[in-house]
Design a protein around this ligand. Structure first.
Ligand code: HEC
Length: 493
């Protein structure tokens, strides 16, 4: 007689989840007080880290360890299970979006002026991923004006309104937060999706567009985060759909430009007020059909072209292309080997032409490309694969990191834009040093010591000497109001 003994039975992960986890992470794993636990959400979290978090918990958060309550096989089963899709797929429609909105209107008696004394155009926002906070920095004195809790895992850079007063943050779990930098208060929040890539704000400050992985959609809001409409990220015939890789504002075109992860199409959605008539025609989708989907992209200074990279297919190699947004077709292949990180590209004048420089995720190099001929003019070696690159109109140097490489992650390479050669390095041995942003005037470069007990390090952009160090919890990015709202050529979107 064969009897299944309890010791041999597979742990029932779904039941364990409902019993121990659902109260915080949601019955459908879409998040409540705790973050969403979906395959899309955990894409960047290593399996070992998921196991560790469930076993030991996360210090100083509500996530406690389950080592005492659950056996190692049960924890393993849960860790594997949260990486499988929820069936049936969780839905997040227009009614859900509308119902999620939280608005905290301005008290009528509050004076409409900044609560601080600093240059409002030289503020920095520092996103601290370590404990999900944001610090607001005075960019002249290098002092923290305030520090506030953000939604879990902000994704994509924060986006400012054109007057620099408000900023919109997007979170991994789909929350958009509108924050008033003058009054230091949250104005409104809405959940645009269940897993979101980024948000864009229109050049006139009136519209906010969100790019979702889950559901496969874009969501359009007014500046107070009231939903205007959603778009299914699908082919014209509606037969196949796609995750949305990214949405960026193209102010000179009065439009949002959208890349789809799984479909070979790039979309342009106009918010031009001169395009009148029905909401449909104003907000219609103009599709450009491509041969391959774009992962991330970048505009040239004229905004006539989108420069995009395609992820390698199994066994193949990555490629990059130039798409004319006016002609609505690919006009050139970009000669970049490896995996260019075009989302972090910069442009500058060189030798009578304009060049594009972008770090390469595939290897230790910065590729410099002539934007008239679309030919490579130089491949500048760096200590390892990099992620971010930045410069500023007022400095002859561009700074890049090598944060994707084990040996090179602890240094920044400083490249002379005139000679296209590396001229100096700054280093924090054994740590990760990444993501550079300049002050409004280009005098100082701020870099992230990308560690839990990290810092923002301020360097003199001429002497490359450290000027100041501000402690921060894993400062994953920093954004200068002026450089962003003026679309500085030394910075990405
Ligand atoms: C009391 C509320 C609560 C309960 C119960 C809870 N969690 Fe969490 N969990 C959280 C919070 C809050 C976080 C975010 C912690 C942080 O800030 O890093 C989190 C984070 C996590 C993470 C890391 C997610 C990421 O993106 O890195 C995983 C994995 C996780 N929890 C799994 C579980 C599992 C599995 C259970 C049930 C066995 C569970 N949690 C029970 C609140 C909870």
């Amino acid at each position: 007689m064969l009897l299944a003994t309890p010791a041999l039975a597979q742990p029932n992960a779904a039941a364990l989840y409902q019993q121990h986890c659902a109260s915080c992470h949601g019955a459908q794993r879409t998040g409540l007080m705790g973050p969403a636990l979906l395959p899309e959400s955990l894409e960047r979290t290593r399996p070992a880290e998921v196991l560790r978090v469930i076993t030991e918990g996360r210090q100083a958060t509500q996530m406690m360890g389950f080592a005492e309550q659950l056996s190692p096989p049960e924890i393993k089963a849960l860790a594997d299970w949260v990486r499988t899709p929820v069936v049936p797929a969780p839905r997040w429609g227009e009614a859900d979006i509308r119902a999620s909105r939280i608005a905290t209107p301005l008290p009528a008696d509050e004076p409409v002026k900044p609560k601080w004394d600093a240059d409002p155009m030289n503020l920095f926002l520092v996103v601290e991923g370590g404990d999900h906070h944001v610090s607001l920095l005075d960019g002249d004195r290098f002092e923290v004006i305030t520090r506030f809790a953000s939604r879990y895992a902000l994704h994509g850079g924060p986006k400012f309104t054109p007057d620099g007063r408000y900023v919109f943050f997007g979170s991994r779990d789909g929350w958009i937060t509108k924050y008033d930098l003058w009054r230091l208060a949250v104005v409104a929040e809405v959940r645009a999706g269940l897993n979101m890539r980024n948000v864009a704000v229109s050049g006139d400050g009136r519209w906010v567009m969100a790019a979702n992985y889950l559901p496969h959609s874009l969501a359009l809001f007014d500046a107070d985060l009231n939903l205007v409409t959603t778009y299914d990220a699908a082919t014209q015939d509606g037969k196949s759909s796609s995750r949305v890789s990214a949405v960026y504002d193209a102010t000179p075109r009065n439009s949002f430009v959208v890349a789809l992860k799984d479909l070979p199409e790039i979309w342009e959605i106009s918010y031009d007020q001169k395009t009148p008539a029905t909401p449909k025609s104003q907000w219609g989708v103009r599709r450009t059909l491509l041969e391959e989907p774009l992962d991330d992209f970048f505009f040239d200074q004229s905004y006539r072209h989108a420069l995009g990279a395609t992820r390698p297919k199994a066994g193949g190699s990555a490629s990059a292309q130039v798409v004319s947004l006016d002609m609505r077709r690919k006009v050139a292949d970009l000669p970049i080997a490896g995996m260019p990180h075009l989302g972090s590209g910069i442009t500058f004048a060189w030798n009578g032409t304009t060049v594009l420089a972008s770090p390469n995720l595939g290897g230790g190099a910065v590729d410099v490309i002539d934007m008239q001929s679309w030919k490579t003019v130089r491949t500048i070696p760096t200590p390892g694969a990099g992620f971010f690159m930045r410069s500023h109109e007022n400095t002859p140097y561009a700074w890049t990191d090598s944060m994707m490489s084990k040996d090179g992650k602890d240094r920044l390479t400083i490249i002379d834009k005139r000679t296209l050669t590396p001229v100096a390095e700054v280093r924090e041995p054994g740590k990760t040093l990444a993501h550079i942003e300049f002050t409004r005037d280009g005098r100082y470069a701020l870099a992230s010591l990308w560690e839990m007990d990290g810092a923002v390090i301020v360097y003199d952009a001429r002497s490359f000497k450290e000027v100041k160090r501000l402690p921060m919890a894993k400062p994953v990015g920093k954004y200068n109001v002026w450089n962003k709202i003026t679309r500085s050529e030394g910075t990405s979107h």
